[in-house]
Design a protein around this ligand. Structure first.
Ligand code: 13P
Ligand code: SF4
Length: 319
């Protein structure tokens, strides 16, 4: 509509004026992903967002996603101004892993290597030896297990369980989960497969074990998009946030993508698998972030230094 175009044009203009770049996650609104593409920003998974933000020369980054993504950008690029459409966009994994409780948990196992998922606060990262995202978790844990290391894993228990099964590593898991992926049901997916027997099942590893077990491909958002391109199937049942369909459709035009059921009844639910915090990002608050510079991410210098180590380790390992 005309109103949307007006928003987009104002944002385009301000991005240039303010030397800013829009970095968006695949779960954000289609309009945001489109705008990030059109303005030379990026649409990516959480690891690629971190890499892109560090490499891009802009002095301001607008991070459309959730808070840990903005914090990661700030920790890696303290000299840049990091704005978010809203600082209220958090993540159930982050909420479910308070730094003080986590530190006490780690203190119980002093001989363990501490590996935390990127979906955590700066304070939790500061207590970790390694940060990982879903695209690199298996490789990092394999590397640690090869060295005979025992591991504390936090906060996502489903991703942790998947990594433990795949690598055989000795892991103690924190009890956290993603409220979006937690809802996918293996029964519903199997029922849907009866209707589409040739469909391949794509699963983000934050989903419950029973769902991961019936997957044809398991991986980060970027890895799932790649699988949709590479697998020969024409139809896919996709167990992750529905924001991903925008890029999946572009990457594999002509293929059919179905939302994995969340209710167990076999009926797809159009609005269930969508992260409520990702949904807080809109053209309106991107515009006001650019106009007013509100919702800026700040990370205390001491905390930043501590959180940088495990984050940088991940980037170096994956380079
Ligand atoms: P990715 O690293 O796969 O993009 O995952 C981020 C996330 O929040 C998934 O729910
Ligand atoms: Fe966190 Fe889940 Fe939302 Fe990803 S989808 S940001 S893991 S709550």
């Amino acid at each position: 509509s005309a109103e949307i175009e007006e928003y987009k044009n104002k944002i385009r203009q301000l991005l240039v004026e303010k030397d800013a770049c829009l970095v968006a996650h695949y779960y954000t609104d289609d309009l945001i992903q489109q705008l990030a593409d059109e303005t030379g920003g990026c649409v990516a998974d959480s690891l690629e967002m971190a890499r892109f933000g560090s490499r891009h020369p802009a002095s301001t980054l607008i991070v459309a996603g959730v808070r840990f993504m903005g914090e990661t950008a700030k920790i890696l690029n303290p000299e840049k101004r990091i704005l978010m459409p809203t600082l209220e966009a958090t993540c159930s994994l982050d909420i479910g892993c308070p730094a003080d409780e986590f530190a006490a948990f780690c203190d119980q196992y002093p001989d363990h290597e501490v590996v935390v998922y990127a979906n955590t606060s700066a304070a939790v990262k500061a207590r970790a030896d390694w940060v990982v995202t879903s695209s690199i978790a298996l490789k990092v844990v394999e590397h640690l297990a090869d060295q005979g290391k025992k591991i504390i894993w936090a906060p996502d228990k489903h991703l942790g369980e998947y990594v433990r099964k795949e690598t055989g590593a000795e892991m103690i898991l924190w009890d956290g989960s993603c409220i979006v992926h937690e809802e996918f049901k293996a029964k519903g997916i199997l029922d849907l497969k009866q209707v589409y027997p040739d469909a391949a099942v794509l699963v983000h590893p934050e989903s419950p074990d029973a769902v991961v077990e019936i997957a044809d491909a398991v991986g980060s958002t970027s890895q799932l998009i790649k699988a949709a391109q590479e697998l020969p199937n024409e139809t896919f049942i996709v167990a992750t946030d529905r924001g991903i369909f925008y890029k999946m459709q572009q990457a594999a035009p002509g293929k059919r993508f179905l939302e994995a059921p969340t209710g167990g009844s076999g009926a797809t639910c159009r609005s269930c698998a969508h992260c409520p915090w990702m949904a807080m990002n809109g053209l309106d608050n991107i515009l006001s972030a650019l106009e007013h510079g509100a919702d800026e991410i700040h990370v205390d210098a001491d905390l930043r230094e501590k959180a940088l180590k495990p984050l940088q380790r991940m980037l170096d390992f994956s380079a």
